[in-house]
Design a binder for this molecule. Structure first.
Ligand code: AMP
Length: 115
């Protein structure tokens, strides 16, 4: 079982990688929605947030901390940014490999459209 994001983490597919360690890889989104749009993914395949268990606390915490570090390095931390994890169909998840979106560099507006 592999995914495009696992292949990016293994160096098998090209990506603009901004950070990598033994647990996570961060790379720029190929279709950025804001001046800064980075995806932070576990190196190991983990399909969705719905698959997280107590065994994943280290990798989940690492994803958050790495995203905050990248935001500071990209110079967007003080003005602010948004972290997003889409899960499954209603959440709008397109790639079946857990990923945390770090988006910022412009005002992002309301979190969701009101219906
Ligand atoms: P989601 O809708 O949460 O599953 O988001 C998937 C994201 O992955 C989208 O923002 C895509 O633009 C991005 N994406 C898909 N393929 C690649 C790729 N090869 N490299 C970088 N980003 C990608």
């Amino acid at each position: 079982m592999t995914t495009i994001f696992a292949r990016i983490a293994r160096g098998e597919l090209p990506a603009d990688i901004v950070y990598q360690d033994e647990l996570v890889t961060a790379f720029r989104d190929i279709h950025p929605l804001a001046p800064v749009h980075v995806l932070v993914v576990p190196n190991a395949v983990l399909a969705t947030a719905d698959d997280l268990t107590v065994d994943h606390e280290a990798v989940a915490g690492r994803m958050l901390r790495v995203a905050a570090d990248i935001a500071r390095r990209e110079g967007i931390a003080e003005r602010g940014y948004r972290l997003i994890i889409n899960c499954n169909r209603d959440g709008g998840q397109e790639v079946p490999h857990l990923h945390l979106h770090l988006v910022g560099g412009r005002p992002l507006g309301p979190m969701l459209q009101r219906r």
